[in-house]
Design a protein. Structure first.
Lengths: 357, 357
DNA sequence: TTGAAAGCGTTACCAT
DNA sequence: ATGGTAACGCTTTCAA
């Protein structure tokens, strides 16, 4: 089947001038494969893409490719087709939230669409414009942002025809694709759960005012309380940063305040865990003296010491939806912008309990 | 300073034949910038690279580039220079260990060298060969693997001139660059610490037998014990998978065994945390009745409920070293393969204590 | 179905 | 210092 000898013989490269690059093992190109297979470069290309090739040609090409260890050069493909099959993930280095776990999920989801994921980190959302240049330079097909994107940067991406999807925020002050948990609805569910347990004396550890996720979760809780006739003003509040220490500090402030508290809601699990530890160290028993609940569904929440009641985010589904949103828009550019909200589910643990008395 | 009108005027594209790609906003190329600035493409290229250009030309080019929103096309650069400035991160989807946190650190470290990081996930180390094709296809400059790489795949990468660095394993059954904590040394330090506290009755929750990291940590502990005259055979052992439940299960088996145990070492923090919870639920008090120690330095270990004694990995340094190893090899291809071992430091928490009596 | 050839956007060689 | 131009490896149009 193969040519005589069957051994690899590189096509001689047409280098009229001395070429740029130093040694390095020559990477085999389509032309090499074509030469061995006795077909044209076009045939090689067609074999590795959609192409209409006769079974005979395909076979010869595949055999030659295998022999030479040929793989199409994605950079050259990208240059020509203007599709890199790369999705940029934009994130902040501050990893307080549990989003690092999200990355594996995203990479995995991208895999299913034969897409690659490229990481772009920035220390602060305000510096996003610095990496936008990088992102555009790499001709990525889409951007998935785990952090805020200033309107100006969003506009630049749009003007370059790069899809932008905002991850886990249910709203933005400009038009964008959104893939998020419905945090407000989740807050409402959690609030209703605690109300159903008979709680009336709430306190909250909220998040940074810039975080729409934190705001929405809190708002959802307030929605539920309002329906039960509990005014927002009546709820003591502390502000945290999603981290353990801030949860402790928040709980400390709230529990040493004058207001009676039987239910403490934190807008992240890690803060809730901190709150539980703080309560314990004050001699309060969770859930007998105090119910504590969080949001996210982090693994630590299921540990025996916490058994946290929480609104769990469907991480894999979220990742799938985010990638899929980009992929679909790529396949059909006329598609409208979309917002996909996924529901969180209530995980009832042992950190909440019917109100005593 | 600028040409008359000053407004963007695209260079007409020389499309003799109808071209391939549909609408999409035209991306501006070096030629466009050159036309506006009234210089050659070469001048544009030189401005954006090392190049020797007069201040005058540089200024004009920069102005034109700004006006048009020009950014060099990294794909075209990669095609020509054979340097993509991309590092592939190879990992398994199984995120039991705390390595997801490593990704941000790696991306950040790569940033410092103007390198990008691309993620390649695989469900199982045995499937690595499936992604090797993808990796090579993208012309990455180097591969950093957070998981095992079968020798065959390592060989393929090497034959293509792609640097391979194995992360957090101190040895491999083939020649490779290694950047790792010195897990064995860490094990020894931890063992010595417990011995110094007077412990003689040890038990271990080890890791998967395939994990060199787990093996090395355990071996280090045994090294220390041996020096104190404690035989390895005398130490009861359970096998875990780095996860919380396996830590609990391991502790459960060990604590219900006949052997007396005053010091329990787990080869990961998360297992140690599980062990602490298990001990507690059995009415054992840590550290009074039992000292527990782990490895890694995960954030949860510092939580008030655990205050775990652990050997902390220097994550940022590890990431820096890994990226740097690739970058240096790229800058100087004749550089020899290297192994860089970083030391972990002992974090003494409240989970270990001098042996009672 | 197949092959020839143009061209994607850039860089570095060469000549000026 | 500057400009012209071949080439990087591939895909797709067009013609056969």
């Amino acid at each position: 089947m193969l040519g005589p000898g069957g051994s690899a013989a590189m096509v001689e490269r047409g280098r009229r001038r001395a070429r740029v690059v130093p040694e390095e093992p020559k990477r085999t190109r389509a032309a090499d494969v074509a030469a061995i297979a006795g077909v044209s470069e076009s045939a090689v290309s067609r074999t590795f893409r959609d192409g209409s090739v006769s079974a005979h040609v395909r076979q010869r090409v595949l055999a030659a490719a295998r022999e030479l260890g040929y793989r199409p050069n994605a950079m050259a493909q990208a240059l020509l087709t203007r599709r890199s099959n790369v999705i940029a993930i934009l994130m902040t280095t501050n990893t307080n939230s549990h989003f690092p776990e999200v990355l594996s999920a995203l990479s995995h989801a991208a895999d299913a669409h034969r897409m690659r994921v490229m990481l772009f980190t920035v220390d602060d959302p305000l510096q996003v414009s610095d990496v936008v240049d990088q992102i555009l330079s790499y001709q990525v097909d889409g951007v998935l942002s785990l952090t805020e994107v200033p309107a100006a940067d969003a506009r630049i991406l749009e003007s370059q025809g790069v899809e932008l999807v905002l991850y886990n925020r249910a709203r933005a002050d400009y038009a964008a694709n959104l893939v998020s948990c419905d945090h407000r609805a989740a807050g409402r569910v959690l609030g209703e759960h605690l109300l159903a347990l008979g709680h009336r004396d709430f306190a909250m550890v909220e998040g940074p005012q810039r975080s729409s996720l934190a705001l929405d979760r809190a708002q959802g809780v307030y929605d539920a309380l309002a329906e039960a006739g509990i005014e927002r003003r009546a709820v003591p509040v502390a502000i945290g940063d999603f981290g353990y220490e801030s949860g402790r500090a928040g709980a400390s402030a709230l529990l040493s305040g004058k207001a009676k508290v039987t239910a403490l809601v934190c807008v992240s699990d890690v803060m809730a865990i901190g709150a539980i530890d703080e309560a314990s160290s004050r001699g309060l028993h969770v859930p007998d003296d105090l119910s504590v609940a969080g949001f996210d569904g982090v693994p630590a929440g299921t540990w025996d010491r916490y058994r946290l009641t929480t609104m769990r985010q469907p991480l894999p589904q979220l990742a799938d939806a985010a990638i899929e949103t980009i992929v679909r828009k790529l396949a059909n550019p006329t598609r409208a912008r979309e917002t996909r909200l996924l529901v969180c589910d209530l995980q009832i643990g042992a950190s909440t309990k019917a109100r005593a008395g």
